[in-house]
Design a binder for this molecule. Structure first.
Ligand SMILES: [Zn+2]
Ligand SMILES: [Zn+2]
Length: 465
């Protein structure tokens, strides 16, 4: 009797599954919205396949179908993926990769492996086997981190893009080379895809010989000026020893890394002056742009008026000197955040009160490496998050306390309710064992879970965030 009941239930379940394949189909959620497909997704050997046209269009890719070759190619921005029915080799920008499950035709529709196409087009894909749910984050997987490194008086800016694409703009002065090298080493970089030397002043190129000695550099770009200084010769010798392509920046030229591009905007013409001949470049991260101006002053800024210089984040020119960040240029860029790379107590009087006032009058948020230390800005291409340690408070003397307690501790480095790592996308409670493993320099603090999520972070599975 028992075995017959078991058999009946088994048969019922089996027939139910057979006649209702849709119920067994996995759910696909894109940026919080469940997608519906006219042909349900299927799971084949543990891989989710989805209708080609629906998923490519949802991810914003245009499709080209070659019926003779049974090949589909989909293009989104600078990325093209190419898949062939029944073939396990697929291509991303011409580079072959192997699929676990090839695309196939089901019910007259072409189904393609979801993870490959989504990731190839710059999305993050998560699979929950328990609920048979695929979650695609079209934005949070694409993360850019820009570090305006505190090198005292000078500039050194490290840009971390997806797929280990690393860009360095300037390297601080001669005394900062080893600090820049150790900062980059702590970030876990393997090599530098592009090194930009904005102009041959020592506070920009001084540390670059150390950087070139420490890392493999794939390409060097500068403003083409040759100057007669020992610092410049060290830099030039190090570039020659590197043996990589080396060129003068040409306005309009772009370096493309996946869905991101660094575009050279200047120098537009020769000013006969190193600062105004600075390489000016714009990092395009989708809806968020960063403008890096080197030491460009008002003359070079004027060359850029009327060009596409609008940016959410401006690395302020020439350490905030009064001769840079002119009113007209500021209006054209219209930044929300300005970062000033400047040394505390420098002898140049940088940043100038007048420049700070122009920024304040425009309602621009200001971060300064002399007050905030290294400033880190992360973006998913849609929103951004500025990580800057609050300025150190001067010691407060409390006269009523005994002498050994009279000096209050200075304000600690930034803290908050949740902590993430600049090198992962999880956020934790500070007490979580994973939080404790994050190196202090990689800690990113958030005041709320919403803030962490807005920055593209997801809750840790151990502590729940
Ligand atoms: Zn400078
Ligand atoms: Zn300069």
């Amino acid at each position: 009797m028992k075995s017959r009941l078991f058999l009946t239930i088994t048969l019922l379940v089996l027939s139910f599954l057979l006649i209702s394949p849709a119920l067994a189909a996995p759910k696909v959620i894109l940026d919080g919205q469940q997608l519906t497909f006219d042909v349900p997704p299927v799971v084949d050997q543990g891989r989710v396949l989805v209708p080609m046209r629906a998923i490519f269009e949802t991810l914003g890719a245009s499709i080209n179908w070659d019926p003779a070759a049974k090949t589909v190619s989909a293009t989104k921005e600078q990325t093209t993926v190419k898949l062939t029915i029944g073939i396990r080799t697929a291509y991303k920008n011409g580079t072959p990769g192997t699929l676990d499950v090839p695309p196939k035709i089901v019910g007259g529709r072409t189904l393609v492996p979801l993870r490959f196409v989504s990731e190839a087009l710059g999305s993050e894909v998560l699979w929950d086997g328990k609920t048979q749910t695929v979650t695609i984050n079209s934005t949070s997987g694409v993360k850019v981190t820009v570090h305006i490194i505190d090198v005292g008086q000078g500039d050194a800016i490290y840009i971390s893009l997806r797929d280990h694409n690393d860009i360095l703009i300037d390297g601080g002065d001669n005394t900062q080379g080893s600090a820049v090298v150790s900062y980059l080493t702590n970030q876990g970089i393997d090599d530098i895809e592009l090194l930009v030397a904005t102009h041959p002043h020592a506070d920009h190129i001084g540390g670059l010989d150390d950087v070139l000695a420490a890392f493999k550099v794939e390409a060097v770009v500068d403003n083409g000026m040759v100057v007669d200084t020992a610092t410049y010769r060290d830099y030039r010798d190090a570039v020659k020893a590197e043996g990589c392509p080396y060129q003068k920046a040409v306005p309009g030229q772009s370096w493309v890394f996946g869905s991101y591009a660094l575009k050279a905007l200047g120098p537009v013409r020769d000013h006969g002056d190193a600062n105004n001949n600075s390489v000016v470049c714009l990092l395009d991260c989708g809806e968020i742009e960063f403008l890096f101006t080197g030491d460009a002053e008002a003359e070079a800024e004027a060359d850029l008026l009327g060009k596409a210089v609008a940016a959410e984040i401006l690395k302020v020119g020439h350490h905030g000197s009064r001769t840079s960040t002119s009113q007209a240029f500021l209006a054209a860029v219209s930044p929300e955040v300005a970062v000033i790379s400047v040394g505390a107590g420098n002898t140049y009087g940088h940043p100038a009160a007048s420049t700070l006032q122009r920024l304040k009058d425009m309602g621009v948020g200001i971060s300064r490496t002399d007050q905030n230390g290294t400033v880190i800005i992360t973006t998913d291409g849609k929103t951004y998050h500025v990580i800057a340690k609050p300025p150190s408070m001067p010691p407060v003397i409390n006269k009523s306390s005994p002498p050994d307690e009279s000096v209050q501790p200075v304000e600690p480095a930034s803290t908050g309710k949740y902590v993430g790592s600049a090198k992962s996308d999880k956020y934790h409670l500070p007490s979580c064992r994973y939080a404790e493993q994050i190196a202090p320099e990689n800690r990113v603090w958030f005041s709320s879970e919403a803030e962490a999520q807005a920055a593209g972070y997801v809750a840790c599975k151990v502590c729940g965030g």
